[in-house]
Write a protein that binds this ligand. Structure first.
Ligand SMILES: C[S@@+](CC[C@H](N)C(=O)[O-])C[C@H]1O[C@@H](n2cnc3c(N)ncnc32)[C@H](O)[C@@H]1O
Length: 181
């Protein structure tokens, strides 16, 4: 499978910082390789996500500020495909197999408020997670879970400093020895 990166369009500095942070955390936890926050630089969100990566491991990339058209154009130029998550798209169960068969990278586009109509034309697939309006965080989570065939619990996050030990009755966090990876 090629690289899978999420393109977050419509981020408004400060106002959307919390939701955009949740887009990034959800993308990372559910197996995406990175997020591009389009058009507006947000060094605070970038720093938060880098800190999570440093502590909990993995190779998740985060960048912000590049215009969304440039990101899509570069992605396609490098042979990748584009999935746009939208309530107006084709139902996920109808298109997921075709998307999973893509050998190149996948850019998964999610919006904030109204999406530019051009995105619908530039996408290889406009995909709906039900035809009801919902949160971009929820739509992204469902898409990634289906795309990665429910294997999020098996994802490795190398070079972590700490790891959560699952517990039925308390918070249990362990320091990871460097050689354990
Ligand atoms: C809160 S919605 C706002 C959508 C906006 N009202 C519009 O008409 O474009 C933000 C983002 O969530 C995603 N989204 C919302 N509902 C979805 C659904 N049912 N399926 C897939 N993606 C969805 C889309 O990426 C959308 O841009």
């Amino acid at each position: 499978m090629g690289r899978l990166v999420v393109l977050r369009i419509g981020h408004r500095f400060f106002r959307d910082s919390r939701v955009t942070t949740h887009v990034c955390l959800t993308a990372r936890a559910l197996g995406a390789d990175g997020v591009i926050i389009a058009d507006r630089q947000d060094k605070t969100v970038e720093a938060t996500i880098r800190e999570v990566g440093k502590r909990f491991g993995g190779h998740f990339s985060i960048e912000s500020g590049k215009p969304w058209r440039t990101s899509i154009r570069e992605w396609r130029h490098n042979g990748g495909k584009v999935v746009h998550l939208t309530a107006y798209g084709l139902p996920l169960p109808e298109v997921i197999q075709e998307i999973q068969q893509t050998s190149g990278g996948l850019l998964v586009v999610v919006g904030s408020e109204k999406m530019p109509g051009e995105v619908f034309k530039l996408a290889d697939w406009n995909v709906s997670v039900t035809n009801q309006p919902m949160s971009e965080v929820a739509a992204l989570a469902v898409f990634l879970d289906w795309h990665h065939k429910h294997n999020a619990f098996d994802t490795a996050f190398p070079n972590a400093q700490i790891r959560i030990v699952p517990s039925h009755d308390r918070k249990n966090v362990q320091q990871v020895e460097p050689e354990e990876g």
